[in-house]
Design a protein around this ligand. Structure first.
Ligand code: NDP
Length: 247
């Protein structure tokens, strides 16, 4: 896909991978729609993109709220007229050991990491079918392949996203021209670990991270751009990217 003047919605654009992806894709000519809950962060990213000569629309919203998604879709069409790509990136990782019973955090992970992704899909697929094409990028994780300490629920949510992506691809790509890609990064240096409240996990994570040079958010933005920039006949199903030093 040539991204020039294409419309790309990016969830979780207020930091980390989403922010880096918005910058990368706007530099490649896409009109980007930035959504997340922190408006101040989205507005400053919008300014940065516009300063670089790009076009960005901010629509504040929570991915767990279906009404927010209807608003996002109508604002996007009003501003740019189409929805060519959805980058389903918003996610949380409050890791905890099962025995410590952080059950509210389990619920939040299921709500944001799985239901939030489904809400995004439900919001854009009718438009993409009408347009006879599009591309959905779901940000899964290496956690869909490997368990790590405190990750039982998080890994389960990311496995769900990986499998969902394959189902979507089989149902949507051949018939409707909607390509689907699952992005599966290992450790990336972002704010993601800031939601961890389980002290045991935090201690174990620290010793793991001290021994490793993680990926940067820009590395994943490049992987997303790679998947999007292939010819239409080529569907990149999975992109699994690990830091060189991560096991
Ligand atoms: P960040 O914490 O930097 O970004 C997470 C983003 O998700 C933020 O923009 C946040 O915005 C948004 N978000 C969280 N909850 C909601 C919600 N309810 N509604 C809307 N937006 C929400 O972390 P990353 O950039 O690392 O994470 C991006 C994705 O990458 C996640 O899905 C994560 O699981 C995945 N990933 C990350 C890895 C890593 O090592 N960092 C490795 C593998 C995958 P706001 O708070 O403003 O709403």
């Amino acid at each position: 896909m040539d991204l020039k003047n294409k419309t790309v919605i990016i969830t979780g654009a207020s930091s980390g991978i989403g922010e880096a992806t918005a910058l990368k894709l706007s530099k490649e000519g896409a009109n980007v729609v930035l959504t997340a809950r922190r408006e101040d962060r989205l507005k400053s990213l919008q300014k940065k993109i516009e300063k670089n000569g790009g076009k960005a629309l901010v629509v504040v919203g929570d991915v767990t709220n279906k009404n927010n998604y209807s608003h996002l879709v109508s604002e996007t069409k009003k501003e740019f007229g189409s929805i060519d790509v959805l980058v389903n990136n918003a996610g949380l990782m409050p890791l905890s050991y099962i025995k410590n019973m952080h059950t509210d955090e389990w619920d939040t992970m299921v709500d944001v990491n799985i239901k939030g992704v489904l809400n995004g899909i439900a919001a854009v697929v009718p438009t993409m079918i009408e347009q006879k094409g599009g591309h959905i990028i779901n940000v899964s994780s290496s956690a869909a392949h490997n368990y790590f300490p405190g990750g039982a629920v998080y890994c389960a949510t990311k496995s769900a996203v990986k499998m969902l992506s394959e189902g979507l691809r089989q149902e949507l790509a051949p018939t409707y021209g909607i390509n689907v890609t699952s992005i599966e990064p290992g450790a990336v240096s972002t704010e993601l670990t800031e939601t961890i409240t389980d002290k045991e996990v935090l201690k174990d994570m620290k010793s793991m991270m001290d021994d490793m040079n993680p990926l940067e958010a820009e590395d994943i933005a490049d992987a997303i751009f790679y998947a999007l920039s292939q010819p239409k006949r080529s569907n990149i199903n999975d992109v699994f990217v690990m830091p060189t030093q991560q096991q």
